[in-house]
Design a protein around this ligand. Structure first.
Ligand code: NAD
Length: 256
């Protein structure tokens, strides 16, 4: 379905971003990966699905590096047709204890990076009259939890940016939508599981059960593969007129 299209997924060396990259690769898209840590393993995984793969190590907190990454992708594959703004970090603390540098980093990586990548991607998408911008927000783009001020502010902001991007392009073939996962067992969440286990003297399984039990009625983690299939839907012809939605895949979290 996506043969000949190029997708750039930020923060795709791990977790949800890698899951979305693999789902798009299975549909025939070329992939530009981004993110830190092991960068060879994820590239090999996506290449094994038959995709042409490139990697750029832009730090998503730095607008100049984001611009360089977008130019790299366009030089390599001609154009970015599908932009998935996924890179994100978390820090958990009450507001009065929240380190100001963590606040700045979360706003930069989880929110401003999507603005910078989108503003550079849009002209070529509009010229082609086809494009898909998918912002990986969170159920925390819809509802709040304590101790996540920067994250909740950034994700609510990202849902707002999604709506504006969708509206400004509503008469074109460029759509923009947000995906709002509940708990997904990635390294970002494993850190929160570990902290809960340490604080309460629990096993890993007890901490996971407690995390799910607090918020997620299904008591199940959503998987990166499931989120990848939602991204594929947004890219499909059936998604042509889906514009500005914040689609939660959260086991019923936001329904409460
Ligand atoms: P993860 O830690 O597994 O992956 C994060 C990715 O972002 C990694 O590839 C990492 O290298 C990259 N990254 C981090 N900082 C970066 C930077 N400055 N520049 C470039 N890349 C950077 O986390 P994840 O759970 O897969 O999270 C992916 C997205 O999904 C995030 O935006 C997160 O907020 C969102 N999300 C996650 C969950 C969850 O339960 N895991 C729920 C809702 C939303």
């Amino acid at each position: 379905m996506l043969k000949g299209k190029t997708a750039l997924v930020t923060g795709s060396t791990s977790g949800i971003g890698l899951g979305i990259a693999k789902a798009l690769a299975r549909q025939g898209a070329n992939l530009v990966l981004n993110g830190f840590g092991d960068v060879e393993g994820p590239q090999a995984e996506v290449r094994a699905l038959g995709a042409q793969v490139a990697y750029h190590g832009a730090d998503m907190s730095k607008p100049a590096e984001i611009e360089a990454m977008m130019k790299f992708a366009a030089d390599k594959f001609g154009r970015v047709d599908i932009l998935v703004n996924n890179a994100g970090i978390q820090h958990v603390a009450n507001i009065e204890d929240f380190p100001t540098d963590k606040w700045d980093a979360i706003i930069a990586i989880n929110l401003s990076s999507a603005f910078h990548a989108t503003r550079v991607a849009l002209p070529a998408m509009k010229a082609a009259n086809w494009g898909r911008i998918i912002n990986v927000a969170s159920v925390h783009g819809l509802v709040a939890s304590t101790q996540k001020s920067a994250y909740v502010a950034a994700k609510h902001g990202l849902v707002g940016l999604t709506k504006v991007t969708a509206l400004e392009n509503a008469t074109t073939g460029v759509t923009c939508n947000a995906i709002c996962p509940g708990w997904v067992l990635t390294p970002l969440v494993q850190k929160q599981v570990d902290a809960k286990a340490a604080a309460n003297g629990w096993t890993n399984d007890q901490a996971k059960a407690a995390l799910l039990g607090e918020k997620e009625p299904s008591l199940q983690f959503t998987t990166p593969d499931e989120l990848g299939e939602l991204a594929v839907f947004f890219c499909s012809p059936a998604g042509n007129n889906v514009r500005g939605v914040a689609w939660n895949m959260d086991g019923g979290w936001a329904a409460q």
